[in-house]
Every structure is written in C-alpha cells, then in structure tokens.
Design a protein around this ligand. Structure first.
Ligand SMILES: NCc1[nH]cc(CCC(=O)O)c1CC(=O)O
Length: 314
C-alpha cells in the first residue's frame, strides 16, 4: 500500500533515546515508513537524544521524580523542531502530551506479557519459599508482594546484561522484564517463561510503540497515518483513558490490559497498595467504539471500591 505524501523536502527526523530497545523501535518505525510509502532509507534520519533517565543507573527511578523522566527532553526536541517525530515505548508515556504535540500513531503491539527471568527457576510459581527476587517496578513489586508475601524483594535496575550479571552473582534468583523488549531485541531466550496475564497483569500499554508529532505538521501527519495500526490504537485509547482517570503513570502500582474481541473490547484492571497488602481488581466489556469511555468507567469502578488513603499517588 502506498500513500500520497506532501512534498518530501528534507529527511524526516526520527527522534529516539539511545538505548538498544529505543534504537530498535526507531529503526522499526523507519522500516514501516519506507515500506508504506516506497521511500528510500535516506528519506529519514534517526536522531539520538540523551535523556536524564538514561544517565541514572544507581538509584530507583521513582526517587528522582518518575513522570516524564524519559520523555520530556524528547518532547522538547519535537517542539523546537530539531526532530519531526518521536518514537516511544508507550508504557513509559505520561497520559497527557504537552500543548502542540499529538500522540495517536501506534505500531502493531508485541507480546504484552511479563517475562520470568532466572538462571535456576523455571516459572514464577516454582520460586521457593522466601526466595529473593529483583525488581524496581512498583507494579511488579506490589503484585509479587500481594501474591507471594514470603518473597524477599530487592531493587533491580539496568539493562538486560547488567541484570543477568546480578542474577549470576546471586544478588537475586529471578527478575522480570517485558516479553516485548526481549522479543524485539532478539533476546527471547533470556526469558525462562512468559508469565500469563492471569498471574501478573501487565502495565498499561506494555508492548506498544507510539509515535508522537507536532499537531500542525501535515507531512508527519500524512506519514504516520500510513503506518498507524488501528486495533492497537483502540486498545491504547482504552488503557490510557483508564490510567488517566486513575491519575496513574508508569511509576504507580497499577496494572491494566485490554483485548479486542471482534467489535468488543475487554479491559482488566488492578490497583494495589505498594506493599501489596490490598488489591482492587475489576474488568469491563464494552463496544470497541467506546474504548476510552470503558477505560474511564473501569477506573471509576475501582476508585469507588478503594478505601480512604488507598492512593498514595493521588
Ligand atoms: N519501563 C522500562 C520499559 N519500557 C518499555 C519496556 C519494554 C518494552 C515494552 O513494554 O514495550 C521496558 C522494560 C521492561 O519493562 O522490561
């Protein structure tokens, strides 16, 4: 399929963080655009932007101010015109974009599940009593604490290699990563097993790549319209509306995952106390055309069941 395009002019600048996964995602975006519009590689330029979040390896991210830590500098580059589109892991994206920017283009979603990573243990359910597991994700920690209060949770950050080294050194017997990132990097073998969503409900937007642009940019608008994956867009609209209604972000103990069933959408959600001492879960089914409204509805349903003081983040 090829599409009509406003006159090419200079190469379209694709902005991204410099991590291996971010670079893969930027190249995937370029590959999609080249295929959809029969354009040469030279029609695009990948611009790597250094972001504060990537410089911080030794402290828990939530301590240095979670929201937008990986995205603010990239959005500034969009706004000042040094890039034309920005490629993001949607899991890390705040639910609201700055004035003048639009985020409504998604590539087909990858596996949404979390990966169980361990040199010695095959599955999450096989972890021995009292085992030490590493994770810095507030959601994963709260979910583990709720279901396996016997486990000893320790902070774990860094890239895949760093984490594997920590496991080899015996810092923990297991850790968790998103299947999507491992699959994209050709590292699926790192996952001992995929954790079914019934066992650990994923983060909102896990496995989805989104592409942001300036609102008033006809060339970027036309290009992104040509690669947008509609079904992923509907699921993301649902999940992000849910997260927004909860005032959540990637740094809150909230899970949420939708699937499409024909023209219907099914959203499951879970909010937790950070220590796992309480879990409020629910689900909703609605017409796919009402995806965002369904997300807000489920959020309100969970909010209505939460006792005073439940939301440390609100
Ligand atoms: N917060 C970091 C982050 N953001 C997106 C992914 C993985 C890829 C994805 O979900 O699209 C990861 C790493 C992880 O959780 O293992």
């Amino acid at each position: 399929m090829t599409h009509a395009l406003p006159s090419p002019a200079a190469p379209l600048k694709i902005g991204t963080r410099g991590s291996p996964l971010a670079l893969w995602q930027a190249h995937e975006t370029r590959r999609s655009l080249m295929a959809a519009f029969s354009l040469p590689e030279a029609a695009f330029e990948i611009v790597v932007i250094k972001v504060t979040g990537d410089q911080v390896q030794d402290r828990a991210l939530k301590e240095i101010g979670g929201k937008g830590l990986f995205t603010r500098e990239i959005e500034d580059a969009l706004l000042d015109g040094s890039i034309d589109i920005a490629v993001h892991s949607m899991k890390d994206m705040p639910t609201l974009q700055p004035e003048g920017l639009l985020l409504d283009c998604y590539l087909p979603r990858e596996d949404v599940r979390d990966a169980f990573v361990s040199p010695t243990v095959a599955r999450l359910a096989d972890l021995p009593h009292g085992a030490t597991v590493g994770s810095s994700s507030l959601r994963r920690r709260a979910q583990l604490a709720a279901r396996r209060p016997d486990l000893n949770l320790v902070e774990f950050r860094g890239n895949v290699q760093t984490r594997m080294k920590k496991l080899e050194d015996g810092v923990a017997v297991a850790t968790f990563l998103a299947m999507a990132g491992l699959n994209r990097l050709g590292m699926a073998h790192v996952a001992r097993s995929a954790i079914e969503v019934e066992e650990m409900l994923p983060a909102v937007a896990q496995g989805a790549i989104g592409i942001e642009r300036r609102t008033a940019d006809p060339r970027a608008e036309a290009l992104l319209a040509g690669i947008h994956h509609g079904p992923t867009g509907i699921r993301l609209a649902c999940e992000r509306a849910y997260l927004q209604e909860l005032d959540g972000s990637c740094a809150t103990p909230i899970a949420g995952m939708s699937v499409l069933e024909g023209d219907r959408i099914w959203l499951r959600g879970e909010i937790l106390r950070p220590d796992g001492s309480e879990v409020i879960a629910g689900e909703i089914r609605a017409a796919a055309s009402d995806a965002a409204e369904a997300g807000r509805d489920l959020a309100r349903q969970l909010l209505g069941r939460a006792p005073e003081g439940f939301f440390s983040w609100r």
